[in-house]
Design a protein around this ligand. Structure first.
Ligand code: SAM
Length: 211
C-alpha cells in the first residue's frame, strides 16, 4: 500500500492529467496505457474516495463484497486490485454488461440478487474484509446492516449514501444524519466526507462493525 492507495492502484498520467489507474481490461471506454486503465473518479464513488485520500483500509488482494454493481464500472476496478470480488446487482439489464466485465476477470463473481436479501447469496459469498455499497435506493443503512454478517470484525464498510434516494425534498445534510444514526446500530462510523462536486448530494462513509 502506498499513498493510502491499495496495492494495485496507482496515480498515473493520462492525457496530461494524473488519475487513478488499475491494471485490467477496459470496461467503459476509459483511456488505457499498456496494461493500465484510468479509473474515472467522476463516474465512481469509490474512485472519488480513494482519489481524495480517504482512509478506506483497502490493502489489495482482500475479498470484497460489492453491493450495487450496475454495469461494472467501479467493481471492475475493484476486481483488478482485490481478491475474490462478489458483485451484487438486482437489475437484469446492467447485469448483462457486468457479465462482460467479469469475463476476463476470474476473481469477479456477478450475482443477480437483491442486496436487501443477503440470505439469497449467503451460500456463495465468503467472509470479506470490505463491503463497498453504492445502491442508491431508499433504505441504504438497512442494506448495510443486513450485509454486515459477511464483514470481518475489523473489516470496513465503504458506503456511498445518495441523499435523494432516501428523500428527494429533504435537506441532504438532514438525510445524512438520519442514515448515520441508523447505521450506528451496527457500525462504528470512522470517517465521512461529502463527495461534492464530483458526486452531488452523496456522502462517503467509512465504518467498521460494532462488536
Ligand atoms: N456502483 C456502480 C458503479 O460505480 O459502477 C453504480 C451503481 S448505481 C448508482 C446503483 C445500482 O444499484 C443500480 O444499478 C441499481 O440497480 C442497484 N441497486 C439498487 N438497489 C439494489 C438492491 N436492493 N440490490 C441490488 N442492486 C441494487
Amino acid at each position: 500500500m502506498s499513498d493510502g492507495l491499495p496495492d494495485g492502484v496507482e496515480r498515473r498520467p493520462f492525457d496530461g492529467r494524473e488519475r487513478l489507474a488499475t491494471r485490467g481490461s477496459p470496461v467503459y471506454g476509459e483511456p488505457t496505457d499498456g496494461d493500465w486503465r484510468a479509473w474515472d473518479a467522476s463516474r465512481s464513488k469509490l474512485g472519488a474516495m480513494l482519489s481524495r485520500g480517504l482512509d478506506t483500509g483497502l490493502t489489495g488482494g482482500e475479498p470484497v463484497l460489492y453491493l450495487g454493481a450496475a454495469a461494472g464500472t467501479t467493481v471492475s476496478h475493484v476486481a483488478d486490485f482485490a481478491g475474490p470480488t462478489y458483485a451484487v446487482e438486482f437489475a437484469p439489464r446492467p447485469t448483462r454488461d457486468l457479465l462482460d466485465a467479469a469475463a476476463p476477470r476470474s476473481n469477479l463473481f456477478p450475482l443477480l440478487k437483491d442486496a436487501r436479501e443477503p440470505a439469497s447469496y449467503a451460500h456463495v459469498v465468503e467472509p470479506v474484509d470490505a463491503i463497498v455499497q453504492d445502491v442508491a435506493t431508499r433504505g441504504q443503512a438497512e442494506v448495510a446492516l443486513r450485509n454486515r454478517r459477511f464483514l470481518a470484525d475489523d473489516g470496513r464498510l465503504l458506503l456511498a449514501v445518495k441523499a435523494r434516494s432516501e428523500d428527494v425534498v429533504a435537506d441532504p445534510g438532514d438525510v445524512f444524519e438520519r442514515v448515520l444514526e441508523d447505521l450506528r446500530s451496527g457500525y462504528e462510523v470512522l470517517a465521512t466526507e461529502r463527495l461534492t462536486p464530483t458526486h452531488e448530494d452523496h456522502l462517503a462513509v467509512v465504518a467498521t462493525p460494532r462488536t
